[in-house]
Design a protein around this ligand. Structure first.
Ligand code: NAD
Length: 318
């Protein structure tokens, strides 16, 4: 029997796959404190992982662990060096997330451009059209969006943007021009040049040393005043203080933020009180449908791994 730790609850459709397989037993670990993970995890052969951090310190205790199955696609919460040195496999739910996240980007763009919050308040407060001359709304048609990071989510997003008759530019040094053209986009080779002309920026690259604080005050100053930034990738790619400053100085128009440098954000995080931002609590992939897809894929990756038939596209090359 392989013992599987489910770190943080996942959808029961995923759990059922383990219950229906007599080679596995599982336990749900809800207390994700470092002390508890250090105490519990050494017993397990594999685990699922949502947003909790698995540091080298915790992993050092886990001598039996063979696979960490991320419920999601980002893996900046795991110590990759430790996995590499100790031959621990890391899998992701590669096919589960893109549709939900790219829909969330469109939701944020539409919400901001159609002045959802302000118009809604006008009706509810009885003002109806009284203040509408002070509320601006915009079209997406013919506007330029720069998709930064053209992987699974970027490729799902481009179809939606083209459906709205937007002009799509793509920045991703690791994707060829012909691939971008195939999807109907225009490849941009310089991020800084791309920033100067866009109306919308949507971020879809990983957080790493290169992308940390990529969007800073210096770059925000080069953007058009009507620009809107959407970040559903990872907090830390945008410098939050700089974004807040740029919005307050009207350097850009608005932002949609699903991810924060620290989650949950501290109470004094300036973004929380900035009305030019629409926020969600890292939930762009948490639609009902996507929760089921992620839970099933995370568990199937574990089962497939122990049955030696795991699909390579689910495995992170370390
Ligand atoms: N908010 C959420 O709930 C949520 C859900 C899923 C994924 N994510 C995040 O979304 C991001 C994208 O996910 P994905 O599944 O599309 O990943 P992916 O690996 O399929 O694509 C990432 C792309 O970024 C590109 N890239 C890497 N470094 C880059 C750089 N410096 N500049 C530009 N492009 C670069 C890669 O070439 C790749 O094409 C990740 O950060 C992931 O953590 C967030």
């Amino acid at each position: 029997m392989f013992k599987i730790a489910i770190i943080e609850e996942i959808h029961k459709e995923g759990i059922k796959l383990l219950e229906n397989n007599n080679k596995f037993e599982y336990e749900i670990i809800r207390d994700t404190s470092v002390e508890n993970l250090k105490k519990k995890l050494p017993d397990f052969d594999g685990c699922t992982l949502r947003v909790s951090k698995l540091t080298a310190d915790i992993l050092a205790e886990c001598k039996k662990l063979k696979i960490i199955s991320r419920h999601g696609v980002g893996y900046d919460n795991v110590d990759l060096d430790h996995l590499k040195k100790n031959n621990i496999t890391l899998s992701i739910t590669a096919t589960a997330n893109a549709a939900a996240v790219s829909e969330h980007v469109m939701y944020m763009i539409l919400n901001l451009t159609k002045a959802k919050m302000a118009f809604d308040l006008e009706v509810r407060s009885g003002n109806f059209k009284k203040n509408i001359k002070n509320i601006e709304s915009f079209e997406l048609m013919d506007k330029e969006i720069l998709i930064s990071g053209f992987g699974r989510i970027g490729k799902s997003l481009i179809k939606k943007c083209l459906g709205f008759d937007m002009k799509v530019k793509v920045f991703d040094p690791f994707v060829t021009e012909s691939e971008v053209i195939k999807y109907g986009g225009i490849k941009v080779n310089s991020f800084d040049e791309g920033l100067k002309t866009l109306d919308f920026l949507s971020i879809h690259m990983p957080l790493n040393l290169e992308t940390k604080n990529l969007i800073n005050y210096k770059r925000l100053k080069t953007m058009k005043k009507n620009s809107i930034i959407i970040n559903t990738a990872r907090g830390g790619i945008i410098n939050e203080n700089d974004l807040n400053k740029a919005l307050n100085e009207d350097l850009i128009f608005g932002a949609g933020i699903d991810v924060f440098e620290n989650e949950p954000p501290e109470k004094n995080n300036p973004l929380l009180s900035n009305e030019k931002i629409i926020m969600s609590p890292h939930t762009s992939a948490l639609t009902n449908e996507c929760k089921i897809r992620m839970a099933k894929e995370a568990i199937n990756n574990i089962i497939d791994f122990f049955e030696n038939k795991v699909n390579n596209s689910m495995i992170v090359k370390l």
